[in-house]
Design a protein around this ligand. Structure first.
Ligand code: 3EB
Length: 339
């Protein structure tokens, strides 16, 4: 895997690193490291760095593992309590949490507890605004006690938003994927300043999905735009082949990939209306794709590469998607300027 050198001098920078590059990179970044998440089918050898790593059990295309590393342009302060580990600078905070659960019903309560903990943390401190959340748990499509794990997760998460008086319209951008094992693993970015929520005109807002997708709607926005001085960052949620609220092209991984990229473009265009001037698909974007079936990994990667050939940061993972008819989901981080 190549090592890329982009997104320097941004308030938060993101890099995807192979196992042989991670130690040197963490040493180089020193006290500016905010968050390290390892993706792979089994935990790699311990890092030299003492920085805590949140591990997510998802096979990686073309590598044993990949590390997602978020850094700040200023030194950060480490944080830990019973619920989470994290690190923050003046404006931004990354937190990592994980919790065991045994079944779909238990997952709902676990999600409620974890999200309540996150909102308690917001109310106590410097970072009251939730910008972006990543959610991973095993067997996301398993049905237990009459409810699918993903839907049960959405119920607990929704309940936390209600209890803490969070308007669904202010939901963070997010993703929810099925890992191959392990606990409910969550990491999040919180901010001193609120982000701007962006919706996709091609899609029903997820928090207005009808009941056919579960008893409580998922609480996420299609993207959040975070203004940090003159360099805004657009966090695009996990995006799939959905128009309105319907899955489209259930039989075709090729068409699902194209529709998903069209949805991502639509979200970027929508952010443009809020003053986001996208830096472009080269150094201005990092993409993480989740593909349900191993045999589709290369197809999805090749379509992305064909469409956006200049893309520098791309990771393709194998994970289950939250609707059984979805074959892939793609999330993105975009950098830009204020127009
Ligand atoms: C969708 O658009 C596909 O429940 O946090 C995408 C992003 C999806 C986030 C979540 C789910 C979530 O409905 C699934």
């Amino acid at each position: 895997m190549r090592e890329f050198n982009i997104h320097q001098n941004k308030t938060v920078a993101l890099k995807y690193l192979a196992p042989d590059a991670i130690d040197a990179y963490l040493a180089q970044c020193g006290d500016r490291v905010m968050c390290v998440v390892g993706f792979g089918s089994s935990r790699c050898a311990a890092l030299k760095s003492r920085f805590p790593v949140l591990w997510v059990d998802t096979p990686v295309s073309g590598s044993d593992a990949v590390y997602e590393v978020w850094t700040s342009d200023k030194p950060v302060t480490q944080y830990s309590d019973e619920l989470m580990t994290g690190a923050g600078n003046e404006d931004l905070f990354f937190g990592c949490l994980s919790a065991r659960f045994v079944s779909a019903v238990d997952l709902s309560e676990t999600a409620l507890r974890i999200y309540s903990g996150i909102f308690d943390f917001h109310q106590r401190g410097t970072y009251p605004n939730l910008l972006r959340v990543w959610n991973y748990f095993p067997e996301i499509n398993a049905v237990e006690g009459g409810i699918e794990r993903y839907r049960s997760f959405s119920v607990g998460r929704h309940e936390a938003f209600v209890r803490y008086n969070r308007k669904v319209e202010d939901s963070p951008s997010a993703c929810a994927l099925g890992s191959h094992g392990g606990p409910l693993a969550i990491y999040f970015l919180a901010s001193r300043f609120p982000g701007v929520q962006i919706e996709n005109p091609r899609q029903t807002s997820a928090y207005h999905y009808p009941k056919q997708y579960g008893p409580r709607s998922p609480t996420f926005s299609r993207a959040t735009l975070a203004f940090q001085g003159d360099s805004p960052t657009l966090f695009i949620s996990g995006t799939a082949s959905i128009l309105g609220h319907d899955t489209v092209h259930p039989e075709s991984v090729i068409l699902q990939t194209r529709e998903t990229l069209a949805n991502i473009r639509a979200v970027i265009d929508q952010a443009g209306k809020q003053g986001f001037k996208f830096a472009g698909f080269g150094s201005g974007m990092a993409l993480k794709a989740y593909v349900r079936h191993t045999e589709h990994l290369n197809v999805v990667r090749d379509i992305i590469r064909a469409e956006w050939s200049v893309l520098q940061e791309l990771v393709v993972l194998q994970a289950d998607i939250c609707r059984t008819d979805l074959l892939l989901e793609i999330e993105a981080v975009c950098w830009g300027s204020v127009s």
